[in-house]
Each structure stands twice: as structure tokens, then as C-alpha cells.
Write a protein that binds this ligand. Structure first.
Ligand code: KIV
Ligand code: ZN
Length: 508
């Protein structure tokens, strides 16, 4: 018999806690739409009590999710739970996710509560959440370092107060697969709730074992896995959604379990999340890395050409990895372009589609063939930051460069009004950034600057990514263009816009 494993995606909550990640509302909605289309069972959209931004994000995702339940995280505090409920009001399937730590170290040093007091918090928190919504998840934070007799009490109480999903997190990524599987089994057995509840796990990747631990838990009987796209998350991240899903699917013989995920959306979703968060996917990343299906050695290539399964345990099409035969060019019309966008998982409004098609046509004038990566680069970079949320917009620029000196003139629209300034620098990019700083009145630190080719061809788009910081806030920016100077300037302006979303619009 095949068990159904629920996929609880926490990219927008735990994933967004990854260092340097700062998604705006529109970006979160784009990701949520994709997750919903990919048929995750639950989208954890944020922690409404943590900030107004999270509150708005959960509210917005609640309104757009058609299939998935939408979860809002809450501590056991009344205010947290009421905020989560408020944010989830528009959801078809609202879930309040209540958590409190249960390990001795967390209870004593972080919460400064006795085990009895923690149980009282669970009683109050879960009862309140359940009085507001039907679907309540309770997480025992740092469960893997908690004592089983205490977890038994905590989970049994949560069930008694109405929790329907019980989550066993390996919060600090300390567990080892065989031990964790045994641990999950022992907790489930001790609580003895049978099939009346859903058992979930939530593993962090500090020892690189998050996916292995999640799978060991599935083997032990867990039927919900909490994970994130690209394994994004706090510190070393969370279990990677695509790896968990494809391991379950590829080794169905072993796990005897399946998820409801539409796997051809795994690759496009990974790219979207990478682009919007600014966190690149390593080329050797399982399932979604650029090299995941690349066969370099002659022996392997020969084998794959004779029979794909000699060296491929998965069909790249099953994860939506791009096929080189799908190349668009200047003769492609809007119909072909729309089809391609749909296949890549983009579901744009008519207005955004028109803008994307114009960008595509402009690109075709500058580049012979347009690949999926090019489309992603132009569509995501240009359309994901809503115009009304952009403080700065690049109008035009010119640069002059000699071997040891450069100058640049840049025109930016700042809240709709055009400003032009010029500056000199050691190179054209530095000169342009200085001109921009003169216009904005900001002088952020440039922490990182990278230029790479979007695809392998000689007329490839150049993609710039920058990280800047000011007043202790950091922001990433990306931009792609056939002109690398334009890409570099676009990435800087993009990062400034993201910084402005964090409230940084002046030099302190
Ligand atoms: O890692 C963790 O324990 C969490 C909980 C809030 C589920 O993220
Ligand atoms: Zn976590």
C-alpha cells in the first residue's frame, strides 16, 4: 500500500530567515502561486506576529492559495495566535502553527520556564488556536534534543487541546538518520495516537543530514515533511523540497510512499526562488543544479545515448529541467512565448505578459537565440518588483573608459522624477555607482559584486549580482542584460530598491 506524504513548504517563513534573504510582498506572492501550482499541501507563508511585512504576506498568500492550506506561525502567546488568525482570515484552508521549545536547554536558558509552565503554555496556546480554526499544528521546537517522556506529555496534551498535526523538529540539525528514525518511531509509539493525527518532521541541515533525516522519519511513519525550495533556511538551511520529493518518487519501491507534487515544476520553482532570493543554486546541487543531468565523461555519454537509464536514475523532464531543443528567437510570436512561459510555470497577468513580451522582443534584437535561462532572467528581474514599490528606476546611462580612468553619467527616476549626475572612477562600473550615489544621497558598502553568463553561448546575457549594506541592513540585487555595464548598473539599482523596502532611503 502506498502512503501519501504531505509536503509542508516553509520557504516563505523558515527559508526567508536565511541570511541576506529579503523578499518583498509581490515576490512572496509569486513564489506562493508557484508552490500552489506545484501542489504542495501546506504553504507556511510567514510569522504574522514577527512583523507587519509577515502579516501582510500571510494575508496575501491566504487570498491567492487555491489548493494548499496556508499556515501562519505563532508562539503560544495569545497575541501571536490572534495575529495569525487575523492574517489567515481570507484562506480557504487556514492553519495555525503553534510552537514552543521542549528541550531542557531551550526551556531553561531561552524560555526560562519550567517543564510544567511549558505544558501550561501548550494548553493555552493550542486551545486558543483550535477555538479559531479547525487545522492546528503543534511543533515541539528542538524536539530532537528533548526527552521522550516529556515530549509524550507535550504532544498528548496538544492533541487533547485540538492539534491535528504534531511536528518533531530537528531545530539545530543535530540528529543522525538512523537515530532520528528511531526517535520519531519512539515518540509516535509513546503518544499512541494512531492515525488520528498527522506526524510531521522539520529538519535543519547543519550536518548536511536534513534530507536523510526527513526520509528516515518517513520510513519510521511520519507523513508530513517540512522543507524549503533549494533547501533555503536558517544557517545551513532546511531539508530541500526537491530532494525529498524526488527521493520518495525515485525510490517508491523502498518508501512505498508518494507526494502530490507536480514534479515538472521543481526546476522552474527552484530557479524562481533562486532569482528572487539572490541565492544561487550550486551547479552540483541534486535535482535542480545545472550539472544534475550533465554527463561529462565519454563513457557516461555513450551509456546514456545507448540507454538513458545506464547513468540517469531520473528523467530530467520529470523535474522540469530545460531541454536545449526549446529555444526561442526573433521569429517566435507571442503565442509561442506565452506557451513557453506557461511551461516554465509563469502565470503572468495580461499587463505583465505584454511587458515581458516586449522585453523578449528587445532581447531578440540583441541576441540570436533566447534560452529558458534568458527568459527567466528578464522576466523575473524586470517584473517581480512592482513598479509602485520601486523608488529608483534606471532611465539611461553613458560611460567613457580608458585603461586607468573612467567616467559615467547616469539618469535615474527617483519616485517618478528624473535626476542626472556624473562621476569618475577606476572603471566604468565604479564611476556609474558613484554617479548613482550622488543622485540617491546614499553610499552603501558594496559587499559583493559578481558577473556571470546566464547561458553558455557566446552571445549570452550577462547577469550581475551585487550585495550592498547600509545602516546594518543588507540587500541583494540582480540584473541581466546583453550589456554587462547595464547589468551591473541594473543590479545596483535593484539592490537599492530592496534596501528601500527595508526602510533605508537615506544615509542614516
Ligand atoms: O526549526 C524549528 O524548530 C522551527 C519551528 C518553528 C518549527 O522552525
Ligand atoms: Zn526551522
Amino acid at each position: 500500500m502506498t502512503r501519501r506524504i504531505r509536503i509542508f513548504d516553509t520557504t516563505l517563513r523558515d527559508g526567508e530567515q536565511a541570511a541576506g534573504v529579503n523578499l518583498n510582498l509581490h515576490e512572496k506572492v509569486q513564489i506562493a502561486q508557484r508552490l500552489d501550482a506545484m501542489r504542495v499541501d501546506v504553504i507556511e507563508a510567514g510569522f504574522p506576529a514577527a512583523s507587519d511585512g509577515d502579516m501582510e504576506a500571510v494575508r496575501a498568500v491566504a487570498r491567492i492559495a487555491r489548493h494548499a492550506a496556508v499556515a501562519g506561525l505563532a508562539r503560544t502567546r495569545e497575541n501571536d495566535i490572534l495575529r495569525a488568525f487575523e492574517a489567515l482570515k481570507g484562506a480557504l484552508r487556514p492553519r495555525i502553527h503553534v510552537f514552543i521549545a521542549t528541550s531542557p536547554i531551550h526551556m531553561e536558558h531561552k524560555l526560562k520556564l519550567s517543564p510544567r509552565e511549558v505544558l501550561e503554555e501548550i494548553r493555552r496556546g493550542v486551545t486558543l488556536a483550535r477555538s479559531l480554526v479547525e487545522d492546528v499544528e503543534f511543533s515541539a521546537e528542538d524536539a530532537s534534543r528533548s526527552e521522550i517522556p516529556f515530549l509524550k506529555e507535550a504532544f498528548s496534551l496538544a492533541i487533547q487541546c485540538g492539534a491535528t498535526t504534531l511536528n518533531i523538529p530537528d531545530t539545530v540539525g543535530y540528529a543522525e538518520p538512523s537515530e532520528f528514525g528511531q526517535f520519531v518511531h519512539s515518540v509516535m509509539e509513546a503518544v499512541g495516537a494512531g492515525d488520528s493525527v498527522t506526524w510531521s518532521v522539520h529538519c535543519h541541515d547543519d550536518l548536511g543530514l536534513a534530507v536523510a533525516n526527513s526520509l528516515a522519519a518517513v520510513m519510521a511513519g511520519a507523513n508530513q515533511v517540512e522543507c524549503t525550495v533549494n533547501g533555503l533556511g536558517e544557517r545551513a538551511g532546511n531539508a530541500s523540497l526537491e530532494e525529498v520529493v524526488m527521493a520518495l518518487r525515485t525510490r517508491r519501491d523502498l518508501f512505498k510512499a508518494e507526494t502530490g507534487i507536480s514534479t515538472p515544476l521543481l526546476y522552474p520553482t527552484s530557479r524562481l526562488v533562486s532569482r528572487l532570493t539572490g541565492i544561487p543554486v550550486p551547479p552540483n546541487k541534486a535535482i535542480v543544479g545545472d550539472n544534475a543531468f550533465a554527463h561529462e565523461s565519454g563513457i557516461h555519454q555513450h551509456g546514456v545515448l545507448s540507454k538513458r537509464e545506464t547513468y540517469e536514475i531520473m528523467d530530467p523532464r520529470d523535474v522540469g529541467a530545460p531541454s536545449s531543443s526549446l529555444i526561442l528567437g526573433k521569429h517566435s510570436g507571442s503565442h509561442a512565448f506565452r506557451e513557453r512561459l506557461n511551461e516554465m510555470g509563469y502565470n503572468l497577468s495580461e499587463e505583465d505578459f505584454k511587458a515581458a513580451f516586449k522585453l523578449f522582443k528587445d532581447l531578440c534584437d540583441r541576441k540570436k537565440t533566447v534560452t529558458d535561462q534568458d527568459i527567466e532572467a528578464i522576466v523575473a528581474d524586470r517584473l517581480v518588483t512592482l513598479p509602485e514599490t520601486c523608488v529608483y528606476e534606471l532611465v539611461n546611462f553613458s560611460v567613457q573608459a580608458a585603461s586607468d580612468m573612467a567616467s559615467a553619467t547616469v539618469t535615474l527616476k527617483v519616485q517618478g522624477e528624473e535626476h542626472t549626475d556624473a562621476a569618475a572612477g577606476n572603471g566604468p562600473v565604479e564611476a556609474a555607482y558613484r554617479a548613482i550615489d550622488r543622485i540617491t544621497g546614499l553610499s552603501p558598502d558594496l559587499k559583493e559584486f559578481r558577473i556571470s553568463a546566464v547561458s553558455g553561448s557566446s552571445d549570452s546575457l550577462g547577469e550581475a549580482s551585487v550585495e550592498i549594506s547600509l545602516e546594518g541592513r543588507a540587500a541583494l540585487g540582480r540584473w541581466a542584460s546583453t550589456d554587462v555595464i547595464e547589468a551591473a548598473i541594473g543590479a545596483y539599482v535593484n539592490a537599492l530598491n530592496r534596501l528601500s523596502l527595508l526602510g533605508v532611503t537615506s544615509n542614516g
